[in-house]
Design a protein around this ligand. Structure first.
Ligand code: PMP
Length: 362
């Protein structure tokens, strides 16, 4: 495809071209069935295979232990901000939250509406440019859970070292870095993420939860809000997001084809390394506000000397074939979101463009 540009959007975002092409090829007549995958029953043999292969791919790629359930739940990661407290914050229980920035704050706000919450660490005084060190997170032994966002998509910070919360369940919103690195399931009891970054189209979350935690979930909830129901019905209690799961299956097939989690992790390190290098080698002309040890491999954020130059940079970058580089409207600046499907070439070309732009404008 000649006119495919480098898309640095934060999500929805670039997806593997081979997965898109496969979906296109199979779209109207799915494997000779005489109808599309989105037209057929979600209880039939074709969809059944897609559904369970998508789950199996995730289990295999992330080495999800057998004592964890993998669930597909609509409503994106946002619904998880409510479902977590609905399921685990009964009377007398306190949910303990780590406040790392914009997405953590949204989870905290929803938690507060549902039960008792406590913020046990906050990066606010550092303008959310740093992740806590594991031992900075002082949780209570009787907390219902500790919740953290392990990659802040807007702030561009990523947790590279998770705390060990012992018998207190650790719940992580991994929306913007799930499937880009291994997950230590000896520490994490629930990992969830909206799927529209590394996995597929928007509109759903993947929830990976320890079975012993599912056991503790509230039973008196409307069906769709109940983890117990989703887990016990293999995410087929109601009609699932057929199309999203189909693309997820193709996307995870692609991850397997290119060498699995290690391959995508190495790519993430190389891509982000190239852009950070362009920032660090600019003599301060480009500046990344993030603490070096908390830099995200997925969302690289930086500033230019003025907002006018930032506007010019973003406009000229678009003309040069790089889209989606505008920072989130709440913080400004520039951001390159480089998820699994962003080719290394995209990061290389962007870094070269940054050098040229500085030479022309400094
Ligand atoms: N958490 C994080 C870290 C995110 O980046 C996002 C979306 N960008 C969300 C939660 C919300 O996800 P959704 O839009 O799928 O509800």
């Amino acid at each position: 495809m000649k006119n495919r540009i480098f898309n640095f959007s934060a999500g929805p975002c670039t997806l593997p071209l081979s997965a898109l092409e496969k979906a296109q090829k199979d779209f109207v007549d799915y494997q000779g069935a005489g109808m599309s995958i989105i037209e057929m029953s979600h209880r039939g043999k074709h969809y059944d295979k897609v559904h369970f292969e998508a789950i199996a791919n995730i289990r295999e790629l992330l080495s999800v232990p057998e004592d964890f359930d993998i669930m597909f739940i609509q409503g994106g990661a946002t619904l998880q901000f409510a479902m977590v407290p609905m399921n685990f914050l009964g009377a007398g229980k306190v949910g303990e939250y780590v406040n790392t920035g914009a997405w953590a704050k949204k989870a905290i706000a929803d938690g507060k509406k549902i039960g008792e919450t406590k913020v046990i660490w906050s990066g606010e005084d550092k303008n959310f440019t740093v992740m806590p060190k594991p031992l900075d997170i002082k949780f209570s032994a009787d907390a219902a859970f500790v919740h953290m966002c392990s990659n802040e998509t807007i702030g561009g910070i990523e947790c590279h070292d998770f705390p060990d919360t012992g018998s207190v369940p650790l719940i992580a919103d991994m929306s913007s870095h799930i499937m880009s690195r291994p997950i230590d399931f000896s520490k994490i009891d629930m990992a969830y993420g909206g799927v529209q970054k590394n996995l597929g189209p928007a509109g759903m979350a993947v929830v990976i939860m320890k079975k012993s935690l599912v056991e503790k979930a509230n039973e008196n909830l409307p069906a769709y809000l109940s983890y117990k129901i989703h887990a016990s019905k293999d995410s087929l209690y109601n009609t699932p997001s057929v199309f999203v799961i189909y693309i997820m299956k193709l996307t995870t097939d692609w991850v397997k084809e290119i060498g699995g989690l290690k391959a995508v992790e190495n790519l993430a390190i190389s891509r982000s390394g190239l852009v950070y290098e362009a920032i660090d080698n600019s003599g301060g002309w480009y500046s990344c506000p993030v603490d070096k040890n908390s830099r995200s491999r997925m969302n690289v954020v930086w500033r230019l000397p003025s907002e006018d130059l930032e506007k010019k940079f973003i406009a000229e970058a678009l003309d040069a074939g790089f889209s989606g580089l505008k920072g989130h409207r709440s913080v400004g600046g520039c951001r390159a979101s480089m998820y699994n499907a962003m080719p290394l070439e995209g990061a290389k070309k962007l870094a070269e463009f940054m050098v040229r732009f500085k030479q022309a404008n400094a």
